[in-house]
Design a protein around this ligand. Structure first.
Ligand code: APR
Length: 238
C-alpha cells in the first residue's frame, strides 16, 4: 500500500484522558456523575441555566491546570511532517478542550465547539472566553444580559464543520479514529463514510469501540502509547 499522505483523524475524549480531562462513558465518566439532559441540552439550559453554567465553569477552570499529552504532541508533529512532504492532516475533534491547539495542531475542526469560547443566544456573537459564565453576564456585542452560553454543541444541536469533514474524508487516503467510543453521531458515522468511499480506516483506542468492526486496522492501548507509535510508522513510510 502506498504511503498515506492525506489523512483525516477524528479524536474523542480518550485522547485527552491521560492529561486528566474526563471522558464521558467510562465507568467513572462525566455522564456517570451528571445527567446529560440537564447540562448538555438546550432544554436543560432553558430550565436551569445556572446548573449548566456551573457544569461548564468547573470544566473551563480546570483547563489551565492540564497539559497536552504525548498523543496530542504526536498528532501535531504528524501534521507538520506530512505538510513537509506535500501531504495533509485534517484533525476533527469532538473534544472542547484546547489541548490539540496547545500541542501545535493547526488544521483543526472542533465539531462539538470549544470550552474557551462563549456565544450570545440573542445576537449570535462568538468570542474567546476564559472566565466563568453566568446569567448576569452582559453580551459585549449586543449588551443583552443573561443570553451568553458556552460555545459547545449540545445534544439535539447540529455539530459544526460537517461539510468540511465529509469533504476531507472523500479526499483522504486514510481515516483514523482515536479515543472515541463511537457512541455519538454524526462523528461515529465518519468511519462508514470512509469505508463507503473505499478509504481504509484505523482505530486507535483503549478498547474496541462500538463500531470497531468497521475499521480495517486497529491498535489498542493508551493513546499516549499507541498514537505516537502509529504516527512514527506513518512518517517513516513517507
Ligand atoms: N487512551 C485511549 N483511549 C481511551 C483512553 C486512553 N487513555 N481512556 C479512555 N479511552 C477511550 C474509551 O475506551 C472510550 O472508547 O476513549 C473513549 C471515550 O469515549 P466517550 O467517553 O464516549 O467519549 P467520546 O467518544 O469522546 O464522546 C463523544 O459524546 O457526550 C458527548 O459531546 C460529547 O464529544 C463527546 C461525545
Amino acid at each position: 500500500m502506498s504511503a498515506a499522505k492525506n489523512i483525516v483523524i477524528l479524536t474523542g475524549s480518550g485522547v485527552s484522558a491521560e492529561s486528566g480531562v474526563g471522558t464521558f462513558r467510562d465507568k467513572d465518566g462525566i455522564w456517570a456523575r451528571y445527567d446529560y439532559r440537564e447540562v448538555a441540552t438546550p432544554e436543560g439550559f432553558a430550565k436551569n441555566p445556572a446548573l449548566v453554567h456551573s457544569f461548564y465553569n468547573e470544566r473551563r477552570r480546570r483547563l489551565p491546570g492540564v497539559s497536552p499529552n504525548a498523543a496530542h504532541v504526536a498528532l501535531a508533529e504528524l501534521e507538520a511532517g506530512l505538510a513537509a512532504k506535500g501531504g495533509r492532516l485534517t484533525l476533527i475533534t469532538q473534544n472542547v478542550d484546547d489541548l490539540h491547539e496547545r500541542a501545535g495542531s493547526k488544521n483543526l475542526l472542533h465539531m462539538h465547539g470549544e470550552l474557551l469560547k462563549a456565544q450570545c443566544g440573542v445576537c449570535g456573537d462568538v468570542r474567546d472566553w476564559r472566565e466563568d459564565l453566568s446569567t448576569d453576564i452582559v453580551c459585549p456585542a449586543c449588551e443583552r444580559t443573561g443570553a451568553m452560553r458556552p460555545y459547545v454543541v449540545w445534544f439535539g444541536e447540529m455539530p459544526r464543520f460537517l461539510e468540511e469533514s465529509v469533504a476531507a474524508i472523500a479526499r483522504a487516503d486514510l481515516f483514523v479514529s482515536i479515543g472515541t467510543s463511537g457512541a455519538v453521531y454524526p462523528a461515529a458515522g465518519f468511519v462508514s463514510e470512509a469505508r463507503g468511499l473505499g478509504v481504509p480506516a484505523t482505530e486507535l483506542n483503549l478498547e474496541p469501540s462500538a463500531n470497531a468492526l468497521l475499521f480495517t486496522d486497529s491498535r489498542y492501548g493508551p493513546a499516549t502509547e499507541v498514537a505516537p507509535a502509529w504516527a512514527r510508522e506513518i512518517l517513516a513510510a513517507l
